[in-house]
Unconditional design. Structure first.
Length: 192
């Protein structure tokens, strides 16, 4: 079983950075909702406030890492221009645009992915800043707390859209190339 370096870096971008980001949203939503629970809302102590502030900051950092890695490492391989007469299978953007049955994956899928993905780190950075600024006082500031929840949900939706289109684009026109990484070797020899 083999991967190319570009396959491995695409997996790092989507499955590791993107996957961790999607999992991380649950913690942010639970903490914000706990602060607004009816009856006995969570009142974070100083240590809990610092932990949640760090959590939101790390989540924003992970979102920036995923988006910047995708934009400046993976995307240039996706949009590489093939030399005349080259096999388009190694040039995902041109491969998708070469057929009327796949051109929409580029025209809609990649255009949405490359633009909507930026909403996640921007929204999460705003969340981290708001929480750092107001902390536990957010439990009595309903409007600001709702804004915080809305920003987290916006970031989550943007990550879902970008992740969906990224997975579909990689299915139809994967970014491949670079050296090979051998994960497992098959048996060699005479099979009788």
């Amino acid at each position: 079983m083999e991967l190319t370096v570009r396959d491995a870096l695409t997996v790092l971008h989507g499955m590791v950075f993107g996957g961790l980001l999607l999992l991380g949203y649950s913690g942010a939503v639970v903490a914000i909702c706990a602060m607004s629970a009816a009856g006995d809302p969570w009142k974070p102590q100083a240590r809990g406030e610092k932990a949640l502030s760090l959590y939101l900051t790390l989540l924003a950092g992970l979102a920036w890492l995923a988006v910047l890695f995708g934009a400046y490492v993976i995307y240039p391989w996706y949009r590489a221009v093939p030399p005349t007469g080259a096999d388009l299978a190694g040039f995902p953007q041109r491969f998708l645009m070469s057929s009327p049955t796949t051109t929409e994956w580029h025209d809609i899928g990649m255009e949405w992915k490359e633009h909507v993905a930026w909403l996640a780190p921007i929204s999460l950075t705003a969340c981290a800043w708001i929480f750092r600024r107001y902390g536990g006082r957010l439990r009595v500031m309903k409007g600001l707390r709702n804004l915080l929840l809305g920003l987290v949900l916006t970031a989550f939706a943007a990550t879902c859209v970008a992740g969906f289109f990224g997975a579909m684009l990689n299915k139809f026109a994967p970014v491949r190339g670079g050296g090979e990484i051998v994960l497992m070797k098959g048996e060699t020899g005479d099979e009788r």
